[in-house]
Design a binder for this molecule. Sequence first.
Ligand SMILES: Cc1cc2nc3c(=O)[nH]c(=O)nc-3n(C[C@H](O)[C@H](O)[C@H](O)COP(=O)(O)O)c2cc1C
Length: 193
Amino acid sequence: MSTLKLAIIIGSVREGRFGPVVANWFAQQVDDRFDVDIIDLADTALPALPAVPPALDPDPVRPADMRDLTDRLAAADAYVIVTPDYNRSYPAALKAAIDWHFTQWDAKAIGFVGYSGGSGGLLAIEHLRQVFNELNAHTVRNYVSFPRYYLLFDEAGRLRDPQEPGAAAAALLDQLHWWTKALVAARSAPIAS
Ligand SMILES: Cc1cc2nc3c(=O)[nH]c(=O)nc-3n(C[C@H](O)[C@H](O)[C@H](O)COP(=O)(O)O)c2cc1C
């Protein structure tokens, strides 16, 4: 099997965000089982959704400058979403990026890296599991969480104590790799009903 494609999605887009630091740290944890593409949602305008729901029109006419995002989501075999908690959930831009797409998520494996104040992104992650269930994606059990991330990273964006988060990332990647291989195989040889 050729190297699997992993898209790491930066879910926050606000000015001064911390998300890219976490995404870059996670990208450094990925071994050669995956080719990494870091997708920054701040690079794409995410306007109001199309008139017709995705179940009726799974491939709507999208704004021209969304093409790059759509192509990169479609090319990925798996995703890791990097998300903070915003009001006990995940950022609105991330929801818009999810909802603008449909087939791109289908039967793909998804992992999560969360960060925030005390809740460490876990409230966002649990909401995202529900959303991706509707999109027929598989969310893996293990995750990485950074509660009070501002105490855990230094001013240069390096983890003060990288061992435990590194082990959590390795466990997440092992599960993600297993599920990604299984789902790539299943997508190429659909199970007869
Ligand atoms: C609109 C908003 C809502 C937030 N809500 C929460 C929250 O519910 N729980 C929490 O622990 N932190 C919350 N925070 C703090 C964020 O987790 C923290 O600011 C983090 O840096 C946000 O990620 P970002 O810098 O990548 O945007 C919130 C921040 C914002 C901007």
